[in-house]
Design a binder for this molecule. Structure first.
Ligand SMILES: [Zn+2]
Length: 376
C-alpha cells in the first residue's frame, strides 16, 4: 500500500480495534487454523475471535479521521467469508439495523467462516442524513472499487474495497428506495453468474430483478472482482421498517444456511417468487403531467391492466385537469412514490408483470395475510 494517502494507516492512530476472544478453536476436524485469520491493513482477527473496528478511510476539513465501523466475526470453524454492508447511501437506514442485529444480537458460537459487517459505509452521508457524500455530492455507490490518488469518493471506496470487500467470498449490500419513494423488499442480481443466482435464491425474497448493475456499484464491481454480491432493496430512506428488517434477517439466516456458515439453520422458501429478466414486462410509470398525486395502491399491490394506479390533479382539483394513470399491464407494484408531488417525467411506480402461477400464489398469500390481520 502506498504511504501517501492520509488514511492508509498501518500506524493507525485512527483505527481502534477492540478484540474479544469469543470462542475457542473447535476440535472437530473442521477447526480453522491461524492461517484462516481475517487480515486487513493494520490488523488481524483470528479464528474464534471477533473485533469491532473503526477504520480510517478519509479525513474531515478539520483533519479529523473519518472512520467506518466494521465488525469482523471469525468463526472457530472453516467456511466462507461473507460481507454484509449497508448505507453506501447515507440516508438508507433499514440495512444498518439488519447488519447490526446479525453482528451483535445473533449467536455465532457455531459459525463456520467469517462475517464482515459494515453497517455504515458512507459515514459523511450518514452524518448529514443524505444519500450522497456531501463532498461535491459524489455517489459512493458509483465509486467502487475505488482508486488510490483519485477523488475523495474513490479513495474512500478504495479503502473499504481493498480492506473489507476483497477478502470476502460473497456479499449482500443493503439499500432502500431513494428518498420520497418506497419499494418492496427485493433482490437485484446478475442472473448470468451462477453463484450470484444461488445467493439471490437463498436470500428468499419474493421478487428478484436481474441485471448486472451500473458500473461503480459495490454489487457489480465486487461480482466482477470474483466476490458474487447481491443488492437487497427494502422500503424507504430515513426509516427503520421493522417488518422489512425482519424479512431481511430471515434472508440473511437463509443465506448463511445455504452456504454452510450456520449449519443448524434451514434455507427458507418465500412461498412464491417472481424473477424479472430483461425480457419481462417491467416499467417505471412516469407522470406526463405535473401536479399532486393521489396514489391508489401501495408497494406490493397487485393491479390489473387498466386499473387506475393514481390520479394527478392541480391545486383546484379541476375535473378537466384530472389525469388518471392506468396500469398498462397486470402486475405487481414493486416500487412507488411516497412524496405525492411530481413534475412531468418523475417516476410514479415500478410495475412488473406476473405469470399466472405467481399471481395465484401471491393472491393466496395476500388473502391469508388479510385474514390474519383481521384476527388481530
Ligand atoms: Zn441505495
Amino acid at each position: 500500500m502506498g504511504g501517501d494517502t492520509p488514511t492508509d494507516g498501518s500506524s493507525n492512530t485512527d483505527t481502534d480495534t477492540e478484540l474479544n476472544s469469543s470462542a475457542a478453536t473447535g476440535g472437530d476436524g473442521t477447526a480453522a487454523e491461524s492461517d484462516d485469520a481475517f487480515t486487513y491493513n493494520g490488523g488481524r482477527v483470528d479464528p474464534g475471535e471477533s473485533a469491532n473496528i473503526r477504520y480510517g478511510i478519509s479525513e474531515t476539513y478539520l483533519g479529523d479521521p473519518i472512520r467506518v465501523p466494521v465488525t469482523i466475526i471469525n468463526g472457530a470453524k472453516r467456511g466462507p467469508t461473507v460481507c454484509l454492508s449497508a448505507a453506501a447511501h447515507g440516508d438508507e437506514l433499514n440495512g444498518i439495523e439488519v447488519v447490526r442485529e446479525v453482528a451483535h444480537d445473533w449467536d455465532h458460537s457455531e459459525l463456520h467462516g467469517t462475517l464482515v459487517c459494515l453497517p455504515v459505509m458512507n459515514v459523511p452521508g450518514f452524518l448529514a442524513q443524505e444519500r450522497y457524500l456531501p463532498i461535491y455530492d459524489r455517489d459512493l455507490n458509483r465509486s467502487f472499487p475505488g482508486r488510490e490518488g483519485s477523488t475523495s469518493a474513490r479513495r474512500m471506496a478504495y479503502q473499504i474495497f481493498t480492506n473489507f470487500i476483497e477478502p470476502c467470498d460473497l456479499g449482500i449490500d443493503f439499500h432502500t428506495s431513494t428518498r420520497g419513494r418506497t419499494n418492496m423488499l427485493h433482490v437485484r442480481a446478475d442472473l448470468d453468474n451462477p453463484t450470484v443466482v444461488r445467493l439471490a435464491n437463498a436470500f428468499s425474497s419474493n421478487v428478484i430483478i436481474g441485471g448486472d448493475g451500473p458500473s461503480g456499484t459495490l454489487r457489480s464491481e465486487a461480482t466482477e472482482a470474483g466476490i458474487p454480491t447481491i443488492t437487497v432493496e427494502m422500503g424507504e430512506a430515513h426509516r427503520f421498517q421493522r417488518r422489512l428488517i425482519d424479512r431481511a434477517l430471515t434472508g440473511v439466516a437463509s443465506v448463511l444456511a445455504e452456504f454452510g456458515c450456520h449449519r443448524e439453520s434451514a434455507v427458507h422458501w418465500p412461498g412464491w417468487r417472481v424473477v424479472i429478466t430483461d425480457d419481462d414486462e417491467k416499467t417505471w410509470l412516469r407522470a406526463d403531467a405535473g401536479g399532486i398525486v393521489d396514489m391508489k395502491h401501495g408497494r406490493g399491490a397487485l393491479v390489473e391492466e387498466g386499473d387506475v394506479i393514481c390520479t394527478i390533479t392541480n391545486p383546484f382539483k379541476e375535473e378537466d385537469d384530472i389525469v388518471a394513470v392506468e396500469a398498462p399491464f397486470t402486475g405487481l407494484i414493486v416500487g412507488v412514490l411516497e412524496n405525492p408531488v411530481v413534475y412531468p417525467g418523475n417516476p410514479l411506480c415500478h410495475l412488473v408483470g406476473l405469470e399466472r402461477d405467481t399471481r395465484t400464489a401471491l393472491e393466496r398469500e395476500q388473502r391469508t395475510e388479510r385474514s390474519r390481520s383481521e384476527l388481530r
